[in-house]
Ligand binder design. Structure first.
Ligand SMILES: *Cc1c(COP(=O)(O)O)cnc(C)c1O
Length: 443
């Protein structure tokens, strides 16, 4: 039986797909491209801010820039007065260049270079310190203004994490900050957990609120806690997802490829995005007593968050032109004009599961369902954008377009390269002027 995993209905995308603009862009750009919908980014950001306001919690949102390299999202951060989470000099430069203020940056990442630390300190950015030697290097910079730091907590529930300071190191770091006097402004603590669970985030945040109170005894400012990112995105419907996980097996894939259910990103998530923030704020750290929101208020601690993927939900899709279609017993192989490097999930021994949409020229009769996998335009046998045999409504033809939905978060550009000297896919920003989609290149 064919399993289907269409993305949630998206009227804005449907209208764009029906507008005739995408084939024009494919023609004009002469290769695959990504389209970006910045209004979605604005709406997602606003939803996070609303969740903070509703919970009566003072908070700041920092967009985790690594999730997408497009310039337009930095522009939107600057326009909305949001911050950005950057982890390299290049990302920092880009954020500043698009108008995000230095004081609205949080610099994360391990063992930051001296140059990154120096520029971040000069710009008044908040620096999440990941190790004691990094703190020492930062304090030794001789910055002309106090350096703003958060101390990143090693997550006790994720002992295999390579990030953060353990208990002993945290206390040592607090002592060093206290001894450094006016050289440093110790503003609080941070963590970033992998996975998407609510309770561990509330637990750790609650613990760090307590730690803020202890740090204040040492004369430190300690009035903010960053809970990092990891707000899930809900891509597909619950019943489709559960049926898929229960039934998928090698027969559903090209080359009888086997995936375990645990190999996949959780493409369905019942409580996602800003609702996940609501759930974290409503949860009681440690499982009992006052909610996290309440504890933040009582302690006068500001909540910082660094969503990446969740701010990009439905903010972009990837468009490929079909170059060829051939038959294999029982299914077909569609080859497109790009590579699986534009769908990063394919490089983690996994698969991007929300289904590509086939756009054919108007008026063509559907020939009936046609299952096919999707290969890239490279000479690697493993370069498949989709191993799964997708049940296309009709046999695709060369020139048709395939739109992979909701790819802005991490799929588009983290792994893209000019493999085979194929040009990198362009990024096209779609603005809506009333109902009319208008386009421009991202850079
Ligand atoms: C990657 C990362 C984020 C963003 O994570 P998402 O899952 O995209 O929300 C936030 N903070 C830090 C420190 C990160 O490394």
């Amino acid at each position: 039986m064919a399993l289907t995993l269409p993305a949630h209905p998206d009227p804005l995308a449907d209208r764009l797909h029906a507008s005739g603009l995408l084939p024009e862009l494919a023609h004009g750009l002469g290769g695959p491209f990504h389209y970006l919908l910045p209004e979605r980014f604005d709406a997602n950001l606003a939803a996070f801010r609303t969740a903070l306001t509703e919970a009566d919690v003072e908070g700041r949102v920092y967009y985790a820039k690594k999730a997408n390299k497009a310039a337009v999202f930095m522009d939107r951060c600057a326009a909305a007065g949001a911050g950005a989470d950057v982890a390299s000099l290049g990302e920092l430069r880009d954020a500043l260049g698009h108008g995000v203020r230095g004081e609205d940056l949080v610099v994360t990442g391990p063992a930051k270079t001296d140059q990154l630390l120096r520029v971040a300190a000069r710009q008044g950015a908040l620096i999440a310190v990941d190790a004691l030697d990094e703190l020492d290097r930062l304090l030794a910079l001789g910055s002309e203004r106090p350096v703003r730091v958060l101390l990143r907590r090693y997550p006790p529930t994720q002992p295999r994490s390579r990030f953060g300071l353990d208990d002993g190191q945290l206390h040592e770091a607090l002592d060093r900050c206290a001894a450094a006097g006016d050289t440093v402004r110790m503003e609080g603590f941070s963590f970033h957990l992998s996975g998407y669970e609510v309770q561990p985030r509330a637990d750790l945040a609650g613990e760090l609120v307590e730690l803020c109170l202890k740090a204040r005894v040492l004369g430190l400012q300690a009035d903010r806690v960053s809970i990092g990112g990891g707000f899930p995105v809900d891509y597909v419907r619950a019943d489709d997802w559960h049926a898929f996980l229960a039934e998928q097996g090698p027969g559903h894939y090209h080359a009888q490829k086997a995936f375990a259910a645990s190999d996949f990103y959780p493409y369905h998530f019942p409580v996602a995005g800003a609702d996940a923030l609501r759930a974290i704020l409503a949860a009681s750290p440690g499982g009992t007593g006052a909610s996290l929101a309440e504890r933040l208020r009582q302690a006068g601690v500001m909540l910082l968050l660094e969503p990446g993927r969740a701010l990009l939900d439905r903010a972009g899709s990837s468009v490929f032109r079909i170059q060829g279609v051939k038959d294999r017993p029982g299914y077909g192989i569609v080859t497109v004009d790009g590579t699986s490097l534009s769908l990063s999930e394919q490089w983690f021994a996994s698969e991007y599961l929300p289904e590509p949409v086939l756009l054919t020229e108007p008026g063509r009769d559907a020939s009936g369902p046609y299952p096919a996998c999707v290969g890239g335009a490279s000479c690697l046998d493993s370069d498949l954008l989709t191993w799964r045999k997708i049940a296309f409504p009709t046999r695709p033809r060369p020139g048709d377009l395939l739109v992979y939905p909701n790819t802005a978060g991490y799929q588009m550009d983290s792994n893209e390269s000019q493999f085979h000297e194929l040009p990198l896919p362009s990024k096209v920003v779609i603005d809506h002027d009333g109902d009319r989609p208008r386009w421009r290149l991202d850079r």
